[in-house]
Design a protein around this ligand. Sequence first.
Ligand SMILES: [Zn+2]
Length: 353
Amino acid sequence: MKIISRSQWGARPWNGTPNHVSLSSRTEFFIHYDGATPITRTGSSVPQAIDRQHQNQGWAGIGYNFVVDQDGTIYEGRGWNLQGAHCPNHNVSGIGVQIAIGGDQEPSAKALASARALYDEACQKTGRTLAKKGHRDGIATACPGPRLYAWVKAGMPAGDYDEPSSPAPAPAPAPSWDGKSFPGASAFKLGQSHPAVTVLGQRLVAHGYGRFYKEGPGPRFTEADKDAVQAFQKAQGWTGSDADGYPGAETWKRLIAAPKAKPAPKPSTIVALNSAVKPGARHAQVKELQQLLVKAGYGPIPGAYSTYYGTETQKAVARFHNKNPHLRAAGKSYDPAIGKQGFIELQKEAGRK
Ligand SMILES: [Zn+2]
């Protein structure tokens, strides 16, 4: 069996040092695919692209132990003795092999034969029969796609593998969902679609978690959804498995509910208006009134800030009343003085700026 070494295919230097794993720790063999998009090329650019992507997401480098392209060429990634980065909780026990296809693209017989040869070699090196697994056996994901998963389930036959003549059972249709109530945890599986995921995303955006989405929310449950859900859950004061990024009934209920309004300023911060604060008067609080008017956007007040309630201050109060006509003194179209309620409202407006 020929394996193209990292130096032969032009791997980047490791960014850090992946842990060493002894062969005796290996008990599983995982098959992966590349994702949703079919891979039409072969050759060194295949592992190079994965290497680049995995380093860009902060990993040491290509996370699979091996990659197999459609010519059946095998490329060394983490190899036999380094810890992989391909399936959480299975990176020590599991050897991860990516077969470079995407979506429901058909794997070539050569690629399958090479992957099987890797499996046989892994069993021989470890002296045991490794469990045959697809990525989705380790975590909720669409990987390795329908065709490769069927191949794994068929026992990873080498050579003249015929797909089961009856098509693999289609995923069960999403049970009818009323569009509102909690659809059940099964609606939220990484990489899988459900109409409730779109609603979930829209509610997260409404609650202020839109920053997690590079594209708008959609029906597929992605890492972005999971991260947004987790941030929301943590904001509820939840920890551990209550903040795992997967919405349960309580998360759903709180998301569907209207976002909590920003709390109004505490009453204690509202200052009472002294009745001596009126046009033509001098009072220490006039200065505060002027500052609030400017802060809330009703300035400018030329000559401010002083203790004198002059015509410029009156004009600013009038601008405030034009915006808040219900706070004018009853029956007056123009009220030069700010009333008690007006002063309270003004403090709120200034506090919101
Ligand atoms: Zn995978």
